[in-house]
Design a binder for this molecule. Structure first.
Ligand code: NAD
Ligand code: FE2
Length: 403
């Protein structure tokens, strides 16, 4: 049998996503009509300086020309590590300008910030902390639209947001299906300006989502379908996205790949790779996608050594990661190792093409921080979804292998 059928239907699972997807070369032009259907016509745009300086806000605003949508306000100062302070500042601008809806234009940072703003406005509060955790929201939220400008986080279809609280020195996590955007718009005009290195590491974030969703405890046939479709799109398009960023077909493919990965992991969750990556970001300020990209192969090697069941899933990953020819030519006993080497080859190539770091030591992590990262890994929420238990020593060994 050339293609092993490794699909086991779980005894029970749930899958949910309510986000309308609008994807295409003129997708932005659909926004005024869709906003109108939601009874909204005075949105605030939440973005960051890099995105506005790339001219992307202007493209969005120009696409509203001749419609009755009026931009109530534009906030373009979202920092990469956004906080409740920034969220409250944006909410004050929303209220002062009588906005009636929110459009996030950006990568994961503006999108997560916009989710926080929607909580503060909807709940009429200035205290995000009260709503931290899972399913603490009850009111229907303000019309919320996401226009991703990176192809990575999948935050346009996830029911999660992470926002820092500098006073308490914590990262607040929020989860609720009410936080999902009403619709998301994938338009290649929004990602052609992404520089090669950001293109590379955000793509690796998306790949990590699909891989972790595929091997996680909550994997199911629906998330598997999205995860494998995402991996195939990344395999076929990531190099061209990095070397020929102006190629709109490839940019649209990568935007769809990131969205599909988001659909997959929003339900199946992520595991040890994201736990170590969050910890690395928290302790050493390494960007999320870079940390995932470096840690992904070492997280998989750890799983392979620990669980035959997870190893079987890593065997199957070879098909979407490397394609049918490589899959059939690789003896079954070598498939998991080949999945990992395929990922290592991909990141090595991206390093040559864009300067993407492939070791933690190349990403600003110093040896004296490795134990703190291992400790923070054990406190990260993603560890709960790891398909195997992870001890401090094991977390440290993964981090050392990636160092
Ligand atoms: N909520 C979720 O489900 C979820 C999932 C994964 C990650 N995240 C969060 O997302 C954040 C990371 O998001 P990200 O990786 O998308 O990066 P980002 O939003 O921090 O953006 C990185 C940089 O790229 C620039 N940029 C973005 N798009 C551009 C474009 N088209 N042209 C030129 N420059 C552009 C930005 O200005 C910024 O300087 C992290 O805070 C992470 O925790 C959230
Ligand atoms: Fe991620």
């Amino acid at each position: 049998m050339l293609f092993k059928k490794n699909v086991v239907i779980p005894e029970y699972y749930e899958f949910f996503n309510s986000v309308k997807i609008i994807s295409g070369y003129k997708a932005l032009e659909a926004i005024p009509f869709e906003l109108g259907r939601l009874g909204a016509k005075r949105p605030i745009i939440i973005t960051d300086k890099g995105v506005s300086q790339a001219g992307l806000v202007k493209i969005v605003v120009d696409s509203f020309g001749g419609t009755d949508v009026v931009i109530g306000a534009v906030f373009d100062e979202t920092p990469q590590d956004s906080s409740n302070v920034v969220v409250n500042q944006i909410a004050a601008i929303y209220r002062a300008n009588q906005c009636d809806s929110i459009i996030a234009v950006g990568g994961g940072s503006p999108i997560d910030t916009a989710k926080g703003v929607n909580i503060v406005i909807t709940e009429d509060t200035d205290d995000l902390l009260k709503f931290m955790g899972n399913y603490r929201l009850n009111k229907p939220m303000k019309p919320f639209v996401v226009i991703p400008t990176t192809a990575g986080t999948g935050s346009e279809v996830t029911m999660a947001a992470v926002i820092a609280n500098p006073e308490k020195n914590i990262k607040m996590q929020f989860t609720s299906d009410l936080m999902l955007p009403k619709f998301t718009v994938l338009d290649p005009r929004m990602t052609v300006s992404m520089p090669p290195k950001i293109t590379a590491y955000t793509a690796m974030d998306a790949l990590t989502h699909s891989v972790e969703a595929y091997i996680g405890t909550q994997k199911n046939p629906v998330s598997d379908a999205f995860a494998t479709a995402s991996m195939e799109l990344i395999r076929n398009n990531v190099v061209t996205a990095v070397t020929d960023g102006s190629n709109k077909d490839v940019r649209l493919a990568m935007a769809n790949a990131a969205l599909l990965a988001g659909l997959a992991f929003s339900n199946s969750m992520v595991g040890i790779v994201h736990a170590t990556a969050h910890a690395t970001g928290g302790v050493c300020q390494v960007p999320h996608g870079i940390a995932n990209s470096i840690l992904l192969p070492y997280g998989l090697e750890f799983y392979m050594g620990k669980s035959p069941k997870v190893k079987e899933n890593i065997d199957s990953l070879l098909l979407p990661l490397a394609g049918p020819e490589v899959y059939v030519q690789t003896p079954p006993a070598e498939r998991a190792a080949k999945s990992v080497s395929t990922i290592k080859n991909m990141t090595s190539e991206l390093k040559k093409l864009s300067g993407l770091p492939v070791r933690l030591s190349e990403a600003g992590v110093t040896e004296d921080k490795l134990e703190s990262i291992a400790q923070a890994t054990l406190n990260d929420g993603a560890i709960a979804f790891s398909p195997v238990e992870v001890s401090f020593e094991e977390a440290l060994s993964i981090i050392k292998a990636a160092y």
